[in-house]
Design a protein around this ligand. Structure first.
Ligand code: ADP
Length: 404
């Protein structure tokens, strides 16, 4: 069974084609700068342990035209991996926000699309693009089921005292203002993989997952479910991120609007796109931040230390919420999986809390899931690579089998 996974952004589209019988990746790709004058499609095919890359640089006026070219590449007589698009059994879409109405993966229907549309107000950049991705595949793959998998899925399981904000209750009732949480696909996948790695029943796992990438979030997992999560109504809350400020005093928002004469959408853009590591030191990528630190850049040093502190503060609070029953703390995503300096800084001084990092293991570059704490660390520290596309494909396959 072959499943296509689509992650459509406003001007980009990421995709993967997976063979579910072997859970292997057949193709992956990214179309960038859709709608701009110079577009780029990078397509990778994986065959017999080898990777072949095709790059096409020309304008891609719309998502539909991009997808048509992707289909042609997938079914290319020489470079393709399928004979024709009918071999694709289903399409799984990443959708950022499902509001309170949908949390679990669902087969796309008109009602589901209406709900995705209703949630544009919570996710104005992502939900419209996600819906476009669905509409394009509905048109180009007639009769093939589309499944929506929501980023809010795992976080929706948190208890009321974790998802409510201490605002007038009517704001929750009227506008749905609450914590939803994001990166749910990754957090759910990591919770399952952590339980598997530790040989525990998934429903018994108590852990903390640190998903640290361009966007970063943490979850506190209690008895296999999400007990708390750092992102909120939108993916802006919580940790210091590449371009997002994370948690700040909310009074800063009206103050800046007034003093700088900014509109609500301008201050939203300032917090989402011009803040975080970028706002502090001019770089979003941790590798650049490290290079700048080595060159003696004090702002880069500050940005790194602020990110580490934001992770430690949430890690500490989740260890407390788990009341001494934490089975593991897990690093994942681009920074979590690759940045040994950040992992070392986060775990520094945590021995009294049961976390003792093995410096050699932490510095070693090895693939796959692994332990980077010492054998006497009360709480194992793990690196588990995330795989959001595989999780979306698995959810799509499950739903297809249930509805068969
Ligand atoms: P996204 O949130 O876009 O899915 P990723 O999880 O792929 O992001 O993480 C991307 C980030 O991971 C990069 O911006 C970079 O900061 C970081 N990163 C990737 N490789 C390394 C590395 N070797 N060392 C430090 N940071 C890295």
């Amino acid at each position: 069974m072959k499943i296509l996974v689509i992650n459509a952004g406003s001007s980009s589209c990421k995709y993967q084609l997976l063979e579910m019988d072997t859970q292997s990746l057949l193709c992956s790709g990214l179309v960038e700068r859709i709608g701009a004058r110079a577009g780029c499609l990078t397509h990778r095919t994986y065959r017999d342990g080898r990777e072949e890359k095709i790059v096409r640089e020309h304008p891609f006026p719309t998502h539909e035209e991009s997808m048509e070219e992707v289909i042609a590449l997938l079914a290319d007589p020489e470079a393709g991996v399928i004979k024709n698009k009918n071999e694709i059994a289903a399409i799984g879409h990443r959708v950022v926000h499902g509001g309170e109405k949908i949390a679990e993966p669902v087969l796309v229907t008109r009602r589901v699309k209406d709900i995705i549309r209703e949630c544009f107000m919570f996710s104005p950049l992502h939900n419209p693009a996600n819906l476009t991705g669905i509409e394009v595949t509905e048109k180009l793959f007639p009769g093939v089921p589309n499944v929506a998998v929501f980023d809010t899925e795992f976080g929706m399981g948190i208890p009321e005292e974790a998802y409510m904000y201490a605002l007038p209750y009517s704001l929750y009732e009227e506008l749905g203002i609450r914590r939803y949480g994001f990166h749910g696909t990754s957090h759910k996948y990591i919770a399952h993989r952590t339980a598997e790695y530790l040989g525990k029943a998934p429903g018994e796992l108590c852990s903390v997952t640190m998903h640290l990438g361009n966007g970063s979030s943490m979850t506190c997992v209690k008895n296999g479910g999400c007990f708390d999560t750092s992102m909120g109504l939108t993916p802006l809350e919580g940790l210091v991120m590449g371009t997002r400020c994370g948690s700040i005093d909310p009074a800063i928002v009206p103050f800046v609007m007034e003093k700088k004469g900014l509109s609500a959408s301008e201050v939203d853009a300032l917090m989402n796109k011009q803040s975080g590591l970028l706002g502090l030191c001019g770089h979003t990528d941790m590798r650049d931040v490290h290079s700048r630190i080595e060159a003696g850049d004090k702002r880069a040093d500050l940005a790194f230390n602020m990110l580490v502190r934001s992770v430690k503060k949430i890690l500490g609070s989740y260890l407390v919420l788990l009341e001494g029953k934490t089975d593991a703390v897990v690093f994942t995503a681009g920074i979590g999986e690759n940045d040994s300096l950040l992992r070392a800084a986060v775990c520094e001084g945590m021995e009294a809390f049961g976390i003792k990092l093995d410096r050699t293991e932490n510095s070693a570059r090895k693939p796959g899931a692994r332990t980077i704490s010492t054998p006497d660390s009360k709480i194992p520290v793990l690196i588990i690579p995330t795989n959001e596309e595989l999780q979306i494909a698995l959810a799509t396959k499950d739903l297809l089998e249930q509805s068969a």
